[in-house]
Design a protein around this ligand. Structure first.
Ligand code: SF4
Ligand code: SF4
Ligand SMILES: [Zn+2]
Length: 273
């Protein structure tokens, strides 16, 4: 298998993966969505709440705030040696919020949460939590833990994780450059340069084949197909972990799961070999 990075920044990663197949690529995608752990608020103790929002709604909103995650310093609660339902410093982070609307109505944002660990804080300070009217207040303590997306979407480290086949586009000699395929293409993959049809952005092609359907020449002068063993793999992190860390962790988990599977496969020898 060959892997080439096409695009990479703090949040996005786009890979070109050659020599793979659908079961492998889909296993990687599903592990990223459901098995790669990240931090999220899991328990909230409301000390004072004079806002119009019920405690449960505030707790739910707190749970959905993406928190920067440190996978090296914290354990999943079920794997932590403390074996305590309350947790310890290795499996739980405490965050507090103590806020009041003294002057008049105001919005409380995620940035007002104070964490005991400066590395485990909201990815963004600008997520609105609720509005407080004059003299209303909110005081609470929240506990964040590592968890997995298969148990709740708040523990999913990505907002999107997708793959598609690598497209192949062939333009035949019979093309008269009428431009109909250029107009219909929803992704602006094609362009006309100097009276000739050219491919402008192959990666953007969604394989919809509208360009083939619209071509007035029969059979179409443009042919769209895909490579069976080559994929464009895309992921967008919520900001809790770097995209590379998410992929590396997913590959490690997949390896462990395969090892466990192989350990459970018992080969019954026929006696002939
Ligand atoms: S629609 Fe057909 S003939 Fe017209 S530019 Fe596209 S490929 Fe060429
Ligand atoms: S298959 Fe669809 S996206 Fe790809 S070039 Fe044709 S019209 Fe554009
Ligand atoms: Zn613990």
């Amino acid at each position: 298998m060959e892997i080439e990075t096409i695009k990479k920044d703090d949040i996005n990663l786009r890979l070109l993966i050659r020599g793979a197949d659908i079961p492998f690529i889909n296993a990687l995608r599903r592990i990223i969505l459901s098995e790669v752990p990240c931090m999220a608020i899991d328990e909230v103790v409301i000390i004072e709440n004079s806002s119009i929002l019920q405690d449960e709604i505030i707790a739910h909103r707190l749970g959905l705030i993406p928190l920067k995650t440190d996978l090296d310093s914290y354990n999943l609660p079920e794997e932590c040696p403390c074996k305590s339902e309350f947790g310890c410093n290795l499996c739980r982070v405490s965050l507090t919020l103590d806020t009041e609307a003294k002057e008049g109505t105001r919005t409380v944002y995620s940035g007002e949460l104070v964490s005991e660990n400066p590395d485990i804080v909201p990815v963004s300070d600008n997520i609105p939590l609720l509005k407080l009217a004059k003299e209303q207040n909110l005081k609470l303590e929240a506990y964040a833990r590592l968890g997995k997306g298969k148990n709740h979407a708040k523990w999913q480290p990505v907002s999107t994780c997708t793959y598609k086949y690598f497209p192949q586009i062939k333009i035949g000699k019979q093309c008269n450059a009428c431009g109909k395929c250029v107009e219909i293409c929803p992704k602006k993959v094609l362009t006309k340069v100097g009276g000739k049809l050219e491919i402008r952005d192959l990666m953007a092609c969604t394989l919809c084949q509208d360009c083939m359907d619209v071509c007035p020449i029969k059979p179409p002068a443009i042919e769209v197909s895909w490579k069976e063993d080559t994929f464009i793999f895309n992921l967008e992190s919520t900001g809790v972990l770097s995209p590379e860390r998410i992929v590396r962790t997913a590959v490690k988990i997949l390896n462990e799961q395969l090892k466990e599977f192989m350990g459970q496969v018992k080969v019954k020898k026929s006696g002939k070999d």
